[in-house]
Write a protein that binds this ligand. Structure first.
Ligand code: UD1
Length: 380
């Protein structure tokens, strides 16, 4: 039922949450799609402030055209318990104030579970976008966030069919699940034309050598399991240096990784190799780098998906992936952190050009539309 005010129909508020960098490209297309149902839904954007550096936040809002958040909780960093608790404390009064018909969360970061918990304890329906992904590795903080958020959600949108299967295995009723496709790919397709050129990136960051298509590898690393443990970090960095002897490596460095590289005394080694260290880059720069790379080496979930969508080979520096469609159908190979395995996979790309794949089902730029249509169908 639509709330009426006199003779006027009043749109109902829907609180949407973002907290960390990978959330921004997921919420952007959903927000754009809300424009088509303005008469029904009034979206209210909460940024928890989990990521707060300009390079981790503002640039993304600008480049993706996300409106200024209606509320910024400003929680910042902390242990998992501190960060999660602070988000919950900050979020509860927002719900008391706004009284939304539902809360929408995306992804698997601490802000996702924190806001989800607050919502359901207030008996406000919870909508989870990117539900059902499982690495089956509970040492990953994101895995705990995914399992718990899915258990308490009323409506679960999935990006690939394996996620639907995972949810059913965990006892989630089929009626609550909707296979809608990948909103991250909606963002990629909407912004591909605007991606920064390699020449512009070389100039902007005053790179020691100019970038040209397929003449470099793109590296990102930020998973606690890879960067918090000095031995693993060292092993990975030595392997990257070995790779850079064959192919220069561009490495936009996440703040936590930057701290660990300095602590481990690895920055000099990297600076003397053919590895270009960059600060965290914006969305359009990252798209430009991804599109131009010969190969991507990463532990990020998002980059595994984006490289599949762009047809660029991806070597995943983790023991598992929660996004198996990128391996079964896409360009992804999961190799772990063993130097020999990484080098074998890298040499395969150098010799054969690497894995080519196909675009997974519903990674077609229309996921946000399917999501908003379903929300309207269920709640109005
Ligand atoms: C978080 C998400 C992870 C996601 C990643 C993307 C969780 C559990 N993890 O990990 O799923 O892939 O974001 O980036 O939610 N820092 C800054 N500036 C910032 C943000 C962080 O300097 O704007 C530093 C702080 O030292 C902080 C550390 O990075 O302690 C880690 O940040 P945090 O948000 O806790 O987790 P991420 O590793 O970014």
């Amino acid at each position: 039922m639509t709330i009426t005010h006199g003779d006027e129909f009043m749109p109902k508020p829907l609180v949407c949450v973002v907290g960390a960098r990978p959330n921004f490209m997921k919420i952007a297309p959903i927000f754009r799609q809300f424009n088509s149902v303005k008469h029904l839904i009034s979206p209210y954007l909460v940024h928890t402030g989990q990521h707060y550096d300009q390079s981790m936040k503002d640039t993304f809002f600008q480049q993706l055209g996300i409106p200024e958040p209606d509320r910024d909780l400003g929680v910042g960093s902390g242990t998992h318990a501190v960060q999660t608790a602070n988000v919950m404390l900050g979020f509860e009064p927002v719900l008391d104030d706004i009284k939304p018909f539902a809360v929408l969360v995306v992804g698997d970061v601490n802000s996702t579970i924190a806001c989800g918990l607050v919502a359901v304890k207030k008996q406000i329906p919870l909508i989870h976008v990117e539900a059902g992904l499982r690495s089956y590795d509970k040492t990953m903080p994101e895995e705990i966030n995914r399992i718990l958020t899915d258990q308490i959600s009323d409506l679960l949108f999935t990006t690939e069919r394996s996620a639907v299967h995972n949810l059913k295995q965990e006892g989630i009723q089929e009626e609550r699940i909707c296979f809608a496709g990948n909103v991250m790919i909606d963002s990629l397709l909407a912004n591909c034309q605007k991606a920064e050129s390699l020449a512009a990136i070389s100039e902007k960051y005053q790179l020691r050598f100019g970038l040209e298509e397929r003449t470099f590898a793109l590296l990102t690393l930020h998973r606690p399991s890879n960067v918090d443990d000095i031995d693993t970090l060292q092993r990975l960095i030595y392997t990257v240096i070995r790779i850079s002897e064959d192919l220069p490596v561009i490495f936009p460095v996440h703040p936590r990784t930057q701290q660990k590289i300095v602590q481990a005394g690895l920055n000099n080694l990297l600076e003397n190799a053919k590895v270009l260290l960059l600060p965290p880059v914006g969305y359009l720069e990252m798209l430009g780098l991804l599109r131009g790379a010969k190969v991507v080496l990463t532990d990020s979930g998002g980059l595994q998906e984006e490289s599949t969508a762009l047809g660029v080979p991806c070597i995943t520096l983790r023991e598992n992936t929660e996004r198996p469609v990128t391996v079964d159908e896409g360009t992804n190979t999961v190799v772990g952190t063993d130097p020999e395995k990484i080098l074998t996979s890298f040499m395969d790309v150098m010799v054969t050009g690497g894995k080519s794949g196909r675009i997974p089902e519903y990674w077609d730029g229309q996921a946000a539309q399917r999501i908003v249509d379903e929300i309207v169908r269920r709640y109005f």
